[in-house]
Design a protein around this ligand. Sequence first.
Ligand SMILES: [Zn+2]
Length: 308
Amino acid sequence: MDPIEYAKAFYLQHYTMLDMWHITPGVRVVLGRGGSQKCRFCLRLAPEVTFRLKAHAIPEALGNKGMLSRYECDECNKHFGSTIENDLGNWTLPMRTLLRISGKNGVPTLKNERDGWRIECDDGSELKVSHNRIDSVFEVDEAQKLIRFNLKRGPYVPLAVRKALVKIGLTLLPETEVPNFEETIKWVRDPQHSNERMVRMPVLRTLRPGPMNGQMITAALLRRSEPSIALPYAFLILSIANEAYQVMLPSPQLDPPLDATPTQMPVFPVGLGQNRDSIYSALNLSDSERVVDEVMSAVMSYDARIPK
Ligand SMILES: [Zn+2]
């Protein structure tokens, strides 16, 4: 059977899509009903905690400006912003520039003054690469019009990046599902990073080649539709421009027991029908040791123009 058809049939049989969001620039969506406010992450109520700051359901650095939640208090907002969301921001830094994802301060510019190179997004939203000399940051294949970037991520803790992705899923959960994730919420909020019980499988990444809008974000939640099968209970599918991540949202009470033999499962087919050239990879994101100076490689086609 064709692998994509198989994946579609697999998810149709075993999972239900709880909800799906297409985040459109300029459109404001606020999750959570009116009335009294309770923080989903520290469980405290107003007025013990305040809810004045904008709580982005998906970090603003990833390009989300309009999707907010009413149930993240200011203290948790600051806590996540200065911890795991920083790790996620550093980890995604080169990708955000290359895919032209505009955060709080626009598309991040990558540069190294000493080596004389700069990658930035101009006003017309085109990527501009300038350099004094070719060095290890670029490798250019003039015949194929391809450029390989070897760019450093910012320092990050892999497990913290995973927590930041799981936190997005926890934020999007409907209220009725929250009791199934109490332990997971505590784990995500815990500044100590340990992974026992909460890391059961890698984060699955799908890269779809080709030009894509850097402002396009889609998020979906999947929930297992049958109780008695040895499959994870829930997933977040987060797709940003060309990248998509399938993140298990651990629920120790509903996931298969730790000693159960895991059932093989295909990667969720993102962007139905257009994913024949997709490149899949499994990201561990399970260590609690800080990673510094990791180089990420990406190949892009280019349109050479000599500046006048
Ligand atoms: Zn809170």
